[in-house]
Design a protein around this ligand. Structure first.
Ligand code: CU
Length: 193
C-alpha cells in the first residue's frame, strides 16, 4: 500500500469517526428532550449529573492518555539515536545539491559531491546536511511524490537527518526553502538499491 492510499484510508477512518460522534450528539439530544418531561427531585438529579460528569471526564482522560501513548510509537526519535549504517555528507548551494558518502570535515569549497547518489535499501542512513551560501531545505520525496524526510540546510551549521529507505527506487530531493531565482531547479536524486 502506498503512502497516498494509506492517507486516503486514514481520511476515511477520520470521516467515519466524526460521523459516529455527530450521531452520538444527536442521540444525547433526543435522550435529553425525552427525559426532560420526567420530573425528579432536584438534589438526587444533581447527584446523578455529578456522578455522570466525573465518569465522563475520567473516560476522556483515559482515552486521551492511551491515544497519546500509542502515538508515541510513530515518533522518529529512537530512529535518530540508532547507529547509522551509512553516512552521507550533503552540501546545498545556489542552486543544487552535492552529496558524497562519508563524513566530510574539510572546507566546503573543496567538497566534491554529486546531485545523484546510490544508497542501500533497509539501512539506516545519516545525512549530515549543511549549506555553502543561504538557507535551503533538504527534502526527500518517494516515487509517489510523498515527502518522507526533510531537514534545514543552513550555512555554518550541520543538521543530521537519519532515515531508513524501506523501498527500492528513485527518490527526489527538492528544496523547500525559497532561496532565489533557480530555487525550483534544485533537484537531486537518490537511487535506492
Ligand atoms: Cu532552495
Amino acid at each position: 500500500m502506498s503512502n497516498f492510499t494509506m492517507l486516503l484510508s486514514l481520511q476515511k477512518i477520520a470521516g467515519l469517526l466524526s460521523l459516529a460522534g455527530a450521531l452520538l450528539i444527536v442521540a444525547v439530544v433526543i435522550f435529553l428532550l425525552k427525559s426532560a418531561t420526567i420530573s425528579e427531585d432536584k438534589t438526587t438529579a444533581k447527584e446523578k449529573v455529578y456522578k455522570l460528569r466525573s465518569r465522563y471526564i475520567w473516560s476522556i482522560i483515559i482515552v486521551a492518555v492511551v491515544l497519546l501513548a500509542y502515538s508515541f510509537r510513530s515518533l522518529p526519535y529512537s530512529l535518530m539515536k540508532a547507529k547509522a549504517d551509512t553516512e552521507v555528507s550533503v552540501v546545498a548551494y545556489q542552486w543544487g545539491w552535492k552529496m558524497e558518502k562519508g563524513i566530510y570535515n574539510g572546507k566546503l569549497d573543496d567538497f566534491k559531491g554529486s546531485n545523484e547518489i546510490e544508497l542501500p535499501v533497509n539501512k539506516s542512513i545519516k545525512f549530515i546536511v549543511t549549506s555553502i551560501d543561504v538557507n535551503h531545505n533538504f527534502a526527500i520525496y518517494n516515487s509517489d511524490g510523498v515527502l518522507v524526510a526533510q531537514t534545514q540546510a543552513m550555512p555554518q551549521h550541520k543538521n543530521n537527518l537519519q532515515y531508513r529507505f524501506k523501498e527500492k527506487g528513485e527518490y527526489k530531493i527538492f528544496c523547500l526553502e525559497y532561496c532565489g531565482t533557480a530555487h525550483d531547479f534544485m533537484v537531486g536524486t537518490i537511487h535506492i538499491n
